[in-house]
Design a protein around this ligand. Structure first.
Ligand SMILES: O=c1[nH]c(=O)c2[nH]c(=O)[nH]c2[nH]1
Length: 310
């Protein structure tokens, strides 16, 4: 007899913009986010027997996201997601877990004539700050924070040599290359017992985000990179050291290739090796390098390994 071995449902791509206004100073703040909320629980009968009595409509889930945003802080995203997820398991006794993803746009305050403008903002192209939260009646709250879409390029300070050379190899070794990637970095927090514990940790989320972003950028710029693998491992190590509440840190980095172009066919133009100046950026294929680094004391920890995002 077949059975429902896993099920979750809800609303995805719920876009929310919240404006907070300080009447005294006239300074306003904006938070824009895209929310996904998927519920789990005693809902199998809705799939197997068309029993809609157990279904909180996805339309109601969307409405709940708006109301929760109106009545609560939407920043940091880790806290908002925990508040939203906790609502569903408290309100509906047959819902046992809520999986919330928040992707927040980085609207940076605009400088006009060298001064921060009170109500105008610029979007940091492509880069988002994300939170993935699972609020579970049995297991408490699992929080993963992330940076995504942070595009960086360095024009030197990167090498790649000593790799396997055999009958499949055409790539020359290099001691000086361009390195370009879009950073996807995530860090898993030690389990929170409940919403109160997440509220108590609130200032730590912004701090960890700033540390992780700064470590990523500084290491990317300053590391004399032997490979994407080695540079990303150093990033993971430093974040684990800087944020003691994290259990593991993971990176996923495409290697966005910029190929040298041989222009010697045109009047003997030199444009390779030490003479390379004009490159051809490649959109595909790209390398893709991933790793997760965990604290030694969490090796084999079930929560840590089951939520690995690799
Ligand atoms: O940093 C790198 N790691 C690789 O695994 C790899 N493979 C490759 O072709 N170029 C690179 N660069």
């Amino acid at each position: 007899m077949p059975f429902v071995s896993a099920a979750r449902y809800g609303k995805d791509n719920v876009r929310v913009l919240k404006v907070s206004r300080d009447a005294k100073t006239g300074v306003q703040h904006v938070v824009e986010m895209t929310v996904c909320c998927l519920l789990e629980g005693d809902i199998d009968s809705s799939y197997t027997r068309a029993d809609n009595s157990v279904v909180v409509a996805t339309d109601s889930i969307k409405n709940t996201i708006y109301i929760t945003a109106k009545q609560n802080p939407v920043h940091p995203p880790e806290l908002f997601a925990s508040i939203l997820g906790s609502h569903f398991i408290q309100k509906y006794s047959h819902i046992h877990a809520a999986n919330i993803s928040v992707i927040s746009t980085r609207w940076a305050r605009m400088d006009v004539d060298g001064k921060p403008h009170p109500h105008s903002f610029i979007k940091d192209a492509g880069e988002t700050r994300n939170a993935e939260v699972r609020v579970c009646r049995k297991d408490g709250i699992l929080v993963t924070s992330a940076i995504a879409g942070l595009s960086v390029l360095k024009s030197t300070g990167s090498a790649f040599h000593g790799f396997v050379r055999d009958e499949y190899t055409t790539l020359p070794e290099t001691w000086d290359r361009i390195l370009a990637t879009n950073v996807d970095a995530r860090w898993n927090w030690s389990r929170f017992a409940d919403l109160r514990a997440v509220r108590a940790a609130e200032p730590k989320f912004d701090r960890a985000y700033d540390l992780a972003r700064n470590i990523t950028l500084k290491l990317f710029a300053e590391d004399n990179s032997a490979s994407v693998q080695n540079t990303m491992y150093k990033m993971c190590e430093q974040i684990l050291a800087a944020v003691p509440e994290t259990q593991s840190v993971a990176y996923s980095l495409p290697n966005n290739h910029n190929f040298e172009i041989n222009l010697s066919w045109h009047k003997g133009l030199k444009n390779t090796g030490k003479d390379a100046e004009v490159y051809a950026p490649q959109s595909s294929p790209n390398g893709l390098i991933k790793c997760e680094v965990s604290r030694s004391e969490t090796r084999g920890d079930v929560a840590g390994s089951t939520r690995s995002k690799l």
